[in-house]
Design a protein around this ligand. Structure first.
Ligand SMILES: Nc1ncnc2c1ncn2[C@@H]1O[C@H](COP(=O)(O)OP(=O)(O)OP(=O)(O)O)[C@@H](O)[C@H]1O
Ligand SMILES: [Mg+2]
Length: 326
């Protein structure tokens, strides 16, 4: 019977904490520097961490906060909780403030204000927060913020709204270079894949095709191991990597789709059906299909978001903009 290639599945899970963080020394240094005032009791810092998907933002922030500020930080993933009330409930629970019954958001904020034990609040995937007024409530009540986002600061709605009280220290995470992804894989494989089941050449191949996204690289290796096991191979081959890479591409797309707002989904679906449309025509159909009132400005914002996500392409033509599925 062929031996199992995947020695430890848990090593490839999202919540696995690697023993070493590779290729992020600069960002760790910046974060530690920004956290200095907090470590001496001044929680009035606001940090904005941004970069594309799978580049270690969550890993670095949670690991460093755990190390530098044990028990003095709160972590909320806004993908799970993005309504103000849900965020507040998370914050209260992690701050150890016990609530009698279901309190309104306003009452929870009042309770938080009265508490003299301050925290640093880390809001991951903060671009999904529904009402940004919550940020102001945290800041004016003396709580620091670590905001993590896929959007650069210049595109962020927090800045676009001109929130003057929100001064942010910015930390950028770029895509990994091939060498760093290789190191990340090498270390993970040594724990998660049986000995001699994947060669360095294949790890190098994966490092080159993952676009600097460590999550995708890890997923490719995990899926390739599974593919190889299914067809009773002893080792991972080029073919298993290629098949896995193809699969991760479609999984990535469906993950992006999950994050779209209702309005963005409507626009994307119209364009998907038509492949290519003039901006005016697309706007007309969108207006017709949308249940809410839509205006030109909101339409332009949705189109900018869809372009940034890489779902839609704009081709400039003399007679006006034309959009097509990317
Ligand atoms: N430097 C690293 N060393 C080891 N593992 C890493 C490193 N960077 C990322 N990873 C792994 O890659 C995966 C993705 O990392 P992480 O969740 O931190 O990405 P992210 O930037 O927060 O992505 P997203 O924007 O999609 O939330 C995780 O499994 C993480 O453990
Ligand atoms: Mg993350």
């Amino acid at each position: 019977m062929p031996r199992s290639i995947l020695a430890d599945r848990a090593v490839f899970e999202e919540n696995y904490v690697p023993e070493k963080i590779i290729g992020r020394d600069e960002q760790i240094k910046q974060l530690v520097r920004c956290l200095k005032p907090v470590r001496s009791g001044d929680f009035t810092v606001n940090i904005y961490v941004h970069g594309p998907t799978g580049v270690g933002k969550t890993l670095v922030c949670t690991s460093i906060l755990k190390k530098c500020l044990p028990k003095r930080f709160i972590y909320v993933d806004c993908f799970e909780d993005n309504a103000t009330h849900d965020i507040m409930e998370q914050v209260m629970a992690q701050a150890g403030i016990f609530l009698h019954g279901r309190l309104s958001t306003r009452d929870m904020i009042k309770r938080l204000k009265r508490s003299d034990r301050k925290f640093l609040i880390c809001l991951d995937r903060c671009e999904l927060i529904k009402e940004q007024e919550i940020l102001e409530s945290f800041i004016i009540n003396g709580y620091g913020l670590v905001l993590i986002s896929n959007k650069p600061l210049s595109y962020s709605k927090f800045v676009l709204n001109g929130n003057s009280k929100l001064y942010l220290d910015e930390i950028e995470f770029g895509p990994y270079d091939k060498e760093s992804v290789f190191e990340i894989l090498k270390s993970r494989v040594s724990h998660g894949i049986s000995a001699d089941c994947i060669s360095d050449d294949l790890l190098s191949m994966v490092s080159g095709i993952c676009d600097g996204d460590a999550r995708r690289a890890l997923q490719i290796v995990k899926l390739a191991a599974r593919e190889a096991e299914i067809v009773d191979q002893d080792t991972i081959t080029v073919e298993s990597i290629e098949a896995a890479a193809k699969k991760t591409r479609s999984q990535t797309l469906s993950k992006v789709m999950e994050r779209l707002s209702e309005k963005q989904k409507i626009i994307f679906d119209i364009l998907k059906d038509n492949r290519r449309m003039s901006s005016g025509e697309l706007f007309r159909v969108y207006k017709w299909l949308s249940r809410e009132e839509v205006n030109d400005r909101s339409y332009r914002n949705q189109m900018t978001a869809l372009k940034e996500l890489g779902l839609v392409k704009e081709t400039g033509e003399t007679k006006g903009k034309v959009y097509e599925i990317a």
